[in-house]
Every structure is written in structure tokens, then in C-alpha cells.
Design a binder for this molecule. Structure first.
Ligand code: SAH
Length: 370
């Protein structure tokens, strides 16, 4: 029965070794099977030709390599590609590939929906269903890599992975860390740690835990330079205010010499894009090895926010740069297929009643930042 089989796709190297030890096999079997799965994209044990026939038969009985199913596969005019991947009979998550001349970035989801309720993010309007398991997270990289014809040691299509899709990765800590380990393992996708980025809305204790087990790049969704405004945009700020968040970032950065933290700042017209906000941001950023990623707000249906004007965006960036704070404007990609930052929705069987509440607020015209 497939429900009782172990999905080998979700296992990192040590868990894969433990699995083979349990069935009385040598650890190198783990390495052979991982290469088949991640380097050759083979899911059928009968094709794993360097395993003995007996082992192949046994594996087919007790295990499987089961990536998520592709429900939709769309390509935008700028080459951005978005997959809707079914994770069970009612839920699906989105994964986005963003090609650029010198790199290819895959944006991966960590949860079905999101429970954090950031006011300007469309994933929040979908509510929350559940955490993805490790196979569903690494499975997104597997599906994209397979579809793109990614080759492990030659022309790599996927050079970077960002945990910036649906969900809050630090609320699904163990599964996300396990999947990121496979992304970075030579027997997996072989990406350097600095090319795997975890983005968080700012769960302070989990940032410290991440620093203990991993050295991936860290991005933090800041979006406001003072607590009043940030609490309105990112309600999690009430629990972990800016000062505490930045201290955790400094601790994380201190573990990784020569690395900086990326701060994401979505620019919304008349909300957080005033020159005074930029000056406040400068004061926060000066104390850290930081880069600021300015994201022009991407609209979605029912939102009360608007994108900042190009002039306001340029002025904001100038203030940061003149003060010596590295600041880039993230070019909007894939918005024709709703694949831009903050536009991912997937199919979420909401268990939080948030989706219903959002629809009610729109209908009542009460969409102001509460
Ligand atoms: N929960 C994590 C991972 C999501 S990353 C986090 O908050 O970091 C997605 C990024 O896009 C975050 O920085 C998020 O704040 C930003 N974002 C959300 N909605 C957006 C929108 N409508 N336009 C632009 N950026 C948005």
C-alpha cells in the first residue's frame, strides 16, 4: 500500500543511511539512491541499475520516491515559470522559477497557506492548512529541476533557492532544515550554503536555533522602520519587536564571517515609503552587516495597498545608498502569472477561517490597516 511506504524523497543523507541500516544494507546504498533521485531524476527503483535485483524488489515494496503532482505549470512573458503542486487531495502550493542572465532562482513554499496574517501578503488571505513535510519541500525543487532539465554538474538551471514562497519557514523548522540539507548536499542538489536563503517574518528564538544547525543565508521581512508601523503590517512584531529581531540578526551574522543579512522592505504608497522612513531605516541598518532589498508592492485582488511611485522608490533607495546602506530594488518578475512576491496563493483548505474573514472585510469595504 502506498500509504505505508517510506517516501525516500524526504530523507536527508543521515536519515537515508538510517533507512538502509534498518533494512540491513550498507550505508553506501544511501549514496547510490540519492544520486539516482537527485542527479538522474529517477523515481522507479527498477531503473536503479547499480542496486541488486533483490534490493530493487524490496525497495519497490516498502519505499517510494513520490514527488508532489503537477496541477498547473505556467510560464510568464519574462520567462518566470510557476508550478501549482498538489500535496494531497485538497491542498496545493506554488513554486516559482525566476531565470536571470547569471543565475536561476527557485522560490519554494514551506507551508500550505500561512498563519501570520501580514496585511499586504496575498498568501495570508488564504488562511492556513498545515506544514509541508520534508518530501513536499524538497519535492518542489525536484519537480522544477526535472522540468527544467537541470543537470547537476554542468549547466545548472537552478543556482539559488529561496524559501520565500508560501508560509513561514521557521514555523516548520525541522522539515525546512531537512529539505535545505538535501539542497546543499552534493548527493542532493549540491548548492552552496550562501545560495540557499531562508526568509522569515522574524521569529526571534527560531533565528537563533537556525544559527545553531545551519549556515544558510538569512533574509528578514522588515517592511517598516519602527514598531508602530511594523506591528500594523506584520502582526508578529507585537511578539518580537524590531530591537529584539535585529539583535537576533546580529547574532546570526556573527556566526557567519563576511556574510550579511538581507532585509526585505516592500514599498507601499503612502504607508512606509516616506523619506523619513528611509532615514529611520538607515539608523537601524547601520549597526549590522545588512543589505536592503526594496520590493515594489505587488497588488492582488481585495488589497487596500498600492505600489509606491517610481519616484518614491528611487528617492528611498537614494537615501539608503547615500548613507552607505546597500540597497537594491527587486525587479518585479512574473506578475502576469501571479508569481511575484506576495502573490502566491495555491489551493489552501483553510482551517483558520481567515479566508472567510478576508472576504467579509472586502465585501464590507473595511480593508483599512486595523
Ligand atoms: N514568511 C516568510 C517567507 C515569505 S517571503 C517571510 O515573511 O519572509 C515573501 C516575501 O514577499 C516577504 O518578504 C513578504 O513580506 C513579501 N511580500 C508579501 N506580500 C507582498 C506583496 N504584495 N508585494 C511585495 N512583496 C510582498
Amino acid at each position: 500500500m502506498s500509504t505505508t511506504r517510506v517516501n525516500l524523497l524526504g530523507l536527508d543523507r543521515s536519515r537515508m543511511r538510517a533507512f538502509f541500516a534498518q533494512i540491513g544494507e550498507k550505508p553506501f546504498r544511501a549514496e547510490q539512491v540519492m544520486k539516482w533521485i537527485y542527479h538522474q531524476h529517477v523515481t522507479d527503483f527498477s531503473q536503479m541499475s547499480d542496486l541488486g535485483r533483490g534490493l530493487r524488489t524490496l525497495l519497490a515494496e516498502i519505499a517510494e520516491v513520490a514527488p508532489p503532482t503537477t496541477v498547473l505549470d505556467r510560464q510568464g512573458v519574462d520567462g518566470t515559470r510557476k508550478w501549482l503542486l498538489g500535496t494531497d487531495s485538497v491542498n496545493a502550493v506554488e513554486t516559482v522559477y525566476i531565470p536571470e542572465p547569471s543565475r536561476g532562482t527557485l522560490c519554494v513554499s514551506s507551508q500550505v497557506g500561512c498563519g501570520l496574517n501580514c496585511r499586504f501578503c496575498s498568501t495570508a488571505t488564504q488562511g492556513f492548512n498545515r506544514n509541508l513535510d520534508a518530501s513536499e519541500i524538497i519535492g518542489q525543487v525536484w519537480v522544477a529541476s526535472h522540468a527544467l532539465g537541470n543537470l547537476p554538474h554542468q549547466l545548472r538551471r537552478i543556482t539559488n533557492v529561496v524559501m520565500m514562497g508560501m508560509g513561514e519557514p521557521l514555523l516548520n523548522f525541522d522539515n525546512v532544515v531537512c529539505a535545505m540539507d538535501v539542497m546543499r548536499d552534493d548527493l542532493g542538489f549540491g548548492l552552496a550554503s550562501k545560495r540557499v536563503t531562508l526568509s522569515t517574518a522574524g521569529l526571534v528564538p527560531m533565528i537563533d536555533r537556525l544559527g545553531e544547525v545551519s549556515d544558510v543565508s538569512l533574509a528578514v521581512s522588515l517592511h517598516a522602520p519602527n514598531d508602530d508601523l511594523r506591528t500594523r503590517l506584520v502582526p508578529l512584531n507585537r511578539k518580537y519587536p524590531i530591537a529584539e529581531l535585529l539583535e537576533a540578526c546580529a547574532r546570526y551574522a556573527a556566526r557567519k564571517p563576511r556574510s550579511s543579512i538581507t532585509f526585505e522592505y516592500t514599498l507601499m504608497d503612502g504607508v512606509n515609503d516616506h523619506p523619513e522612513h528611509a532615514r529611520q531605516l538607515v539608523r537601524l541598518m547601520r549597526r549590522l552587516p545588512a543589505k536592503v532589498n526594496l520590493i515594489p508592492f505587488n497588488p492582488f485582488s481585495g488589497t487596500e495597498f498600492r505600489r509606491s511611485t517610481p519616484e518614491a522608490i528611487a528617492a528611498f533607495q537614494q537615501i539608503l545608498m547615500h548613507a552607505g546602506v546597500m540597497a537594491m530594488v527587486r525587479r518585479t518578475r512574473g506578475d502576469d502569472i501571479d508569481a511575484a512576491c506576495g502573490q502566491l496563493k495555491g489551493m489552501v483548505a483553510d482551517r483558520t477561517r481567515r479566508a472567510a474573514e478576508f472576504r467579509r472585510r472586502i465585501e464590507e469595504g473595511m480593508t483599512h490597516v486595523a
